[in-house]
Design a protein around this ligand. Structure first.
Ligand code: DP6
Length: 344
């Protein structure tokens, strides 16, 4: 085949046990687990065309939501260059890549997980078409997504994925994520994750820079051990449907992530006053109303509010109240999803 078009929709994910610290070629310092989301996603389409001669550097024309974005294009070229030995078709094809996100670009939501997984899945679909294979190689898609952004490796699978060597699975790997949680209590299949946008500003310290600061963090080794232990405990809690222990671990993970940032050299803080107000309000609501609602955080000031589907109505009132702490009152409703989808 000389040319073709492939298209994937791939979701974002929210880590319950966090990946924070890496080494070598994007290998994680500890295992992580995440809920794959549904509404927050990227759609990427690649038109590919065979080149008459081998390309010295990857050939890419990139548009984001219909507009050229030279800075993104440069990043994609560098990414393709870095994986061209893993995927030799990059040396023989020219790509026109068009991408869009379901969430506003400047909403404070990191898009690397959804965008890099969508891109990797498109590349693997091209490989599948060129080799006339029946299925795409999802492990390889996850591996290539990982090389673009670590957390993207987990977005390739839903409703939950684990990435990194861990005692809770014989099949887990540092190289790629795997789907996980088949034996989990069904309450987690349709868990909600509403994203409270405290700030839409770009983060002052990127995740990539944050990971690098773990190298000299005096608490790093204890942290990596703690993540292993948290994953084992969380596995147990999610299998038995113990939401209280689930919430305890998830909140401890979120605050530990931010504590690690504050203990880095140089130290930094990404939480904002409204982040802390929301955390306190969620705790107060939980204890006064006996409703299992918990928070987690990414490497930024925004809150992910997690709760079982059956409390949707009660939580709607809480959300109305919490919108005062959000920039322009923005709250993005999301829930656990089934993973990426190939679009025709
Ligand atoms: C806090 O995957 O964004 O969200 O691998 O450098 O692209 P890079 O970092 P990234 O880090 C995500 C960190 C986190 C926790 C997590 O998703 O596990």
């Amino acid at each position: 085949m000389k040319e073709g078009i492939v298209k994937w929709k791939s979701p974002s994910n929210i880590a319950l046990v966090k990946y924070w610290g890496k080494h070598g070629r994007q290998l994680p310092s500890n295992p992580s687990i995440s809920f794959t989301l549904s509404n927050a996603h990227t759609i990427t389409e690649i038109q590919y065309q065979r080149s008459d001669q081998e390309l010295v550097r990857p050939s890419v024309q990139f548009t984001f939501e219909g507009e050229t974005k030279p800075a993104f294009e440069t990043k994609i070229v560098a990414y393709l260059e870095s994986i061209k030995e893993d995927l030799p078709l990059i040396k023989q094809h020219k790509f026109k890549i068009a991408s869009s996100n379901s969430f506003p670009h400047s909403s404070g939501i990191a898009s690397s997980a959804s965008s890099m997984s969508a891109l990797a899945l498109c590349l693997l679909s091209i490989e599948q078409e060129l080799h006339d294979r029946e299925n795409i190689d999802f492990n390889k898609a996850s591996m290539l997504a990982r090389l673009g952004s670590g957390s993207a490796s987990r977005s390739v699978f839903g409703p939950l994925a684990i990435w990194g060597d861990t005692t809770i699975s014989n099949a887990s790997s540092n190289e790629y994520a795997i789907p996980f949680g088949e034996s989990f209590d069904p309450v987690f299949n349709d868990f909600h994750d509403d994203i409270l946008i405290v700030s839409k500003k770009e983060k002052s310290v990127s995740s990539t820079a944050g990971h690098a600061l773990m190298e000299n963090n005096p608490y790093a080794l204890n942290r990596f051990e703690q993540a292993h232990k948290h994953l084992e405990e969380l596995n147990q809690a999610m299998t038995t449907g113990d939401i209280e222990t689930f919430g305890l671990i998830v909140e401890k993970e979120a605050l530990t992530l931010h504590a690690l940032m504050m203990a880095s050299t140089p130290p930094y803080m990404l939480m904002e006053p409204n982040t802390i107000s929301i955390i306190n309000e969620i705790k107060e609501f939980r204890t006064s109303k006996y409703i299992p609602v918990y928070f987690t955080l990414d490497a930024g000031p925004n809150i992910h509010m997690l709760y079982p589907h059956k409390y949707l109505t009660e939580i709607a009132k809480l959300k109305q109240h919490l919108s005062q702490y959000c920039q322009d009152g923005t709250i993005l409703d999301d829930h656990v999803g089934q993973g990426p989808q190939k679009l025709s």
